[in-house]
Design a protein around this ligand. Structure first.
Ligand code: C2E
Ligand code: CA
Ligand code: CA
Ligand code: CA
Length: 279
């Protein structure tokens, strides 16, 4: 028993070691990932319930690692935040999203808006240059209202003057702002009256059991009512079934995003999705 216990400990220590090694290697590899064109954006359609059409899309980053294949952002974004590389990666995401928005707006005469995720670390960094972003839009000739940003509640709870100022600059420029993962983590709503926000994205944990959990339905309906009274639009995340879509329509939710409509798609596949009407 003693030996096996020791073996287990050895195994455990070894796997902790592997884990740390793995993190270090990813952090190292990430430094070259932008230049080596290993990042890719996927686009998930967001459906306007009123028209049934795709009116927006969320840009979601993927890392095509030479040895490991596609790595989820849930794994490498935290590492990018730790190392500070998130600003450089975020700049790439913004430019890539802008380039696609430009292309799709020219190809299809639709007012498509692409949203990019801006992590709290990235938003608060001095290295984030909104001026550069706006200058870039100017250069490629894309109207800022074709882009929006998704931020999280935590950023606004104890917002510094710097955060407030940046938020104002985004909105003054015409870049709309969405609160991502709304409803989880914080119960303070007071920031909603202090900041000018455009969308609330109801977290997918509320949508998952919409059909069976009466509380989730009540809370979702309350979020929609509150948002509308405040002049905000609501996007439901993680819509996976027709029944969920139906309930969301009933409670007056404005937009839906989720596997029911489409998974996040590479640019070419998203483009095909754009030309086909949504069921
Ligand atoms: P998020 O911003 O909340 O993005 C939504 C996540 O839910 C995405 O995971 C998406 O693929 C997934 N999803 C969409 N529809 C459904 C559905 O119907 N059911 C389920 N179960 N999941 C659905 P993904 O792409 O793995 O991204 C994970 C997180 O990584 C994102 O969560 C976001 O926080 C972060 N992330 C992704 N791209 C970027 C980026 O470019 N920059 C930053 N800073 N963060 C990013
Ligand atoms: Ca998001
Ligand atoms: Ca989300
Ligand atoms: Ca508003």
């Amino acid at each position: 028993a003693k030996t096996s216990g020791r073996n287990r400990l050895a195994y455990f220590t070894q796997s902790l070691h592997d884990e740390a090694q793995n993190r270090l290697k990813l952090m190292h590899d990430m430094h070259f990932a932008v230049e080596n064109r290993q990042f890719e954006l996927h686009f998930q359609p967001i459906i306007d319930f009123a028209s049934g059409h795709v009116s927006k899309a969320e840009a979601l980053i993927r890392w095509n690692h030479p040895e490991r294949g596609m790595i989820s952002p849930a794994e490498f974004i935290p590492l990018a935040e730790e190392s500070g590389l998130i600003v450089k990666i975020g700049d790439w995401v913004f430019r890539e999203a802008a380039a696609q928005a430009k292309r799709w707006c020219e190809l299809y005469d639709i007012g498509l808006q692409i949203s990019v995720n801006v992590s709290p670390v990235q938003f608060q960094s001095d290295a984030l240059s909104i001026e550069d972003w706006l200058h870039h839009l100017n250069e490629i000739g894309l109207d800022a209202n074709h882009l929006s940003i998704e931020i999280t509640e935590g950023l606004l709870l104890n917002a510094s003057d710097d955060v407030k100022e940046k938020l104002l600059r985004f909105r003054d420029a015409g870049i709309q702002v969405a609160i991502d993962d709304f409803g989880v983590g914080y119960s303070a709503l007071s920031y909603l009256k202090r900041f000018d926000i455009d969308y609330l994205k109801i977290d997918q944990s509320f949508i998952q059991n919409l059909e069976t959990n009466q509380n989730d339905l009540v809370l979702s309906e309350a979020i929609v009512m509150m948002a509308h009274r405040l002049g905000l639009n609501v996007i439901a995340e993680g819509v996976e079934t027709q029944a969920q879509r139906h309930l969301l329509l009933e409670i007056g939710c404005d937009h839906g995003q989720g596997y029911f409509f489409s998974r996040p798609l590479p640019a070419a596949a998203f483009e095909e999705f754009l030309v086909k009407p949504v069921a």
